[in-house]
Write a protein that binds this ligand. Sequence first.
Ligand SMILES: Nc1ncnc2c1ncn2[C@@H]1O[C@H](COP(=O)(O)OP(=O)(O)OP(=O)(O)O)[C@@H](O)[C@H]1O
Length: 256
Amino acid sequence: MAEVLLQIAGIHKRFGGLHALNDVTLSINKGEIYGLIGPNGAGKTTLFNVLTGLYQPDEGQFTFAGRDLFRQKPYVVVDTGIARTFQNIRLFGNMTALENVMVGRHVRTKGGVFGAVFRDPATRREEAAIRERASQLLDYVGIAKHRDEAARNLSYGDQRRLEIARALATDPKLLALDEPAAGMNGKETDDLKKLMEKVRRDGVTILLIEHDVKLMMDLCDRIAVLDYGKKIAEGVPEAVKNDPRVIEAYLGASPE
Ligand SMILES: Nc1ncnc2c1ncn2[C@@H]1O[C@H](COP(=O)(O)OP(=O)(O)OP(=O)(O)O)[C@@H](O)[C@H]1O
């Protein structure tokens, strides 16, 4: 039987009078690529923000890898094994690609203030290991040649890959990607799809928000659909695509 990695139940999130997440329940199995779709404003990013500790849910339950993460702080969430990218790229533009990934890696290291100030041998060894791992990750996502370039000078597609490398540097069990293909051309999207398949093969579960329906249909094992903060459908892509509630949510009318 499939092993559940992430489970949320009865999650509510309100912004004043707006019910952005309304009783959302879902579970993601280890090794899955799980998609989240829905019209604009449906609550997808809000759910990501709840799952990564940026927003505190009003009610519900949230467990991940056997730990209770309900209303936990973002650093606890990262530590437990959830990493994410953002809809709007959030890199340190003036830092090199390598340095951006090293920042992500620091989450998993021990060197404290003492080590950083006095640069003792243990800290220097640790720093070298961080650099080495960051370098490997740039290679892994296919942008090793841009290692020493400022992040802001990378192409849009490469910046998205760099964000993924930085997220992977935290050694996540679950990688949550918020519209990673936005603004990509066909070739870049195809390369991104291959990268996500590789990440999954290497043991990382993926949660994906994406508007590119073809990409979602090709890539996801299961898809959940949000509409006005409610989960209106969930299942394998083919079933979701043909679900009348989903067609209605997207088109505003049932195809009779
Ligand atoms: N911090 C906030 N304060 C107030 N309202 C918010 C906040 N964050 C999100 N919302 C509202 O919650 C609703 C859901 O927004 P959300 O960004 O989660 O939708 P989405 O499905 O990700 O949309 P899109 O596909 O356009 O990115 C929207 O009506 C949005 O305006």
